[in-house]
Design a protein around this ligand. Structure first.
Ligand code: ADP
Length: 506
């Protein structure tokens, strides 16, 4: 595609803490699976390395087996053995690393949030590189994600490249700059990195505190640095960078924002097995059936089958605009709609705050809060809802607005980050009509949100034919990984071409 360096059949390895559906906490898991599949479909060889978590969804892996080889990897002055398991997830080859370390790093009954996450993931990053090194494979691109595996970048250049394992180039994607992985500088030495060399302002030293910052290391030591939308890539060059803005500006030549896609095989209302009835843009009766079904399932009674249903599916963390979510519940009820929230919080006091709200509405026919993680129910809510609300304070990309549109639920979002790159206001005359697909508001306050909800409700009830066309248009937008994966492919190819050019010249 116009790239004169195009090299087909790259060997790409993703090293990550999550992958859908086997080990999923949030959007990162969807990206690793979706991007990998799309790259494979473009003719590349793609492998993924994950920790072997005790709590992962083992039933999502086929041909799961332990390999004969044991990989020894360095940690805190010693070598430890790792069992390596392989299996197929979503048709892709995945390696799972099981450390034989007394701290039982991935036997914690949860993915993140352990007191020693810094150790757990620096151990994993080192062991993953060791696995690649010992396999002797010729790899073109190692793609690491978020701070948990950003250790890979400095480890690769400082330890492995000097041992002759140097064919690969490194891509680092930061999915959320709120999480950077900082620790006291000496902790960096656990995985074998040289603290004295790296604890410097132009390397891995945090820009504000005298700590070490792993996301910064990912930026400094990778050949390609990406984040998950163009608008977020601009935002993080200023306040949104949570302290990394200067580092990003310094390295801006290799930094780009690429809007995520969604897995359009998993998220497809015409084949989705979680739904009561499958449907498509040309046959919306099935959507009404899913709405009726969900209402019954959740005990949301309504005389009026066309009463609008607003959905919200989210992790309950401050980033998501918690006060605005609460306000949207009240405002929806005031406007005569119904509201379904599916969400759970890793923060105990937020979880219990929302349990309070759920109790308050328990006897209300129009409002349900389901405060857990539930994949199957999430599909039913996307299908059943007419509108979908995302009032985030900031949003690197956001996947739920794209999934909602694919299921014919019109997004109502705050104009920030990736939401700005994917949702365009229906009433904004500066935007071409073909692109108008939802409702947006600017400020993170209750008035702006209320005004936006009112506009959506007004179209819904007063102009049903216009609304129906909007729903059909949204369902037909291409949010697949095809185009974003081509952008990654182009970045990979020029980095690999440069590397090969350099190898030939020397
Ligand atoms: P983030 O990565 O910040 O959590 P994204 O919008 O990028 O947000 O991705 C969220 C993903 O997680 C979507 O696939 C969404 O459907 C899913 N999700 C979030 N909360 C829940 C929940 N409680 N139950 C089921 N799925 C959820």
């Amino acid at each position: 595609s116009g790239n004169r360096h195009a090299i087909s059949g790259l060997h790409i390895v993703h090293i990550a803490a999550e992958m859908a559906p086997v080990a999923k906490v949030g959007g990162l898991a969807d990206v690793v699976a979706g991007l990998s599949k799309a790259l494979r479909n473009k003719g590349h060889s793609v492998e993924i390395i994950l920790p072997k978590y005790d709590c992962m969804q083992h039933d999502q892996i086929t041909n799961f087996k332990v390999l004969d080889v044991v990989i020894q990897s360095y940690f805190d002055g010693n070598l430890f053995s790792n069992n390596v398991w392989t299996g197929t997830v979503e048709g892709l080859p995945v390696y799972f690393i099981e450390p034989q370390h007394p701290s039982k790093f991935f036997w914690r009954a949860q993915y993140y949030g352990e007191h020693d996450d810094f150790k757990r993931y620096s151990y994993f990053s080192r062991a993953a590189l060791e696995l690649l090194y010992q396999s002797g494979k010729k790899i073109d691109m190692i793609h690491c994600h978020d701070w948990q595996t950003a250790f890979v970048a400095p480890l690769y250049w400082d330890i492995y490249a000097t041992r002759g394992f140097n064919s690969a180039r490194i891509c680092f994607t930061c999915h959320n700059f709120e999480y950077q992985g900082t620790a006291p500088a000496p902790d960096l030495s656990y995985c074998g990195l040289d603290v004295e060399q790296l604890d410097r302002p132009d390397r891995m030293q945090d820009n504000a505190h005298g700590r070490i910052n792993v996301a910064k290391g990912g930026i400094v030591y990778s050949n390609i640095v990406t984040t998950v939308s163009p608008t977020y890539a601009l935002e993080v060059r200023s306040e949104g960078g949570h302290g990394l803005q200067d580092t990003l500006k310094m390295h801006s030549r290799k930094f780009v924002g690429i809007l995520n896609g969604i897995d359009t095989e998993i998220w497809n209302p015409s084949t989705d097995r979680f739904l009561a009835v499958q449907y498509s843009a040309t046959d919306l009766q099935g959507k009404a059936a899913n709405k009726a079904f969900l209402r019954k399932q959740l005990g949301l009674y309504s005389e009026d089958t066309s009463q609008p249903l607003v959905g919200c599916i989210t992790r309950l963390v401050p980033q998501k605009g918690l006060h605005l979510i609460r306000h949207a519940i009240h405002k929806t009820s005031e406007l005569g709609g119904q509201f379904v929230l599916l969400g759970s919080s890793p923060v105990p006091h937020i979880q219990s705050e929302f349990e309070g709200v759920a109790d308050q509405f328990q006897k209300n026919n129009n409002i349900r809060l389901i405060l857990k993680y539930d994949e199957a129910l999430s599909h039913c809510i996307y299908a059943a809802s007419d509108m979908f609300i995302i009032p985030s304070m900031f949003e690197p990309c956001g996947l739920t607005q794209m999934i909602a549109m694919r299921y014919g639920s019109v997004p109502i979002v705050r104009k920030t980050g990736g939401l700005s790159d994917s949702v365009f206001d229906f009433d904004d005359e500066t935007i071409p009509i073909e692109l108008q697909n939802g409702f947006t508001f600017d400020r993170a306050d209750e008035q702006d949100l209320s005004g936006c909800l009112e506009r959506a409700f007004s179209y819904y009830s007063r102009k049903p034919m216009v609304w129906k066309q909007l729903v059909q248009k949204d369902m037909q937008i291409d949010f697949s990984w095809d185009s974003p994966a081509s952008q990654y492919e182009n970045l990979y190819q020029s980095a690999v071409a440069q590397a090969r050019g350099a190898a030939q010249a020397s």
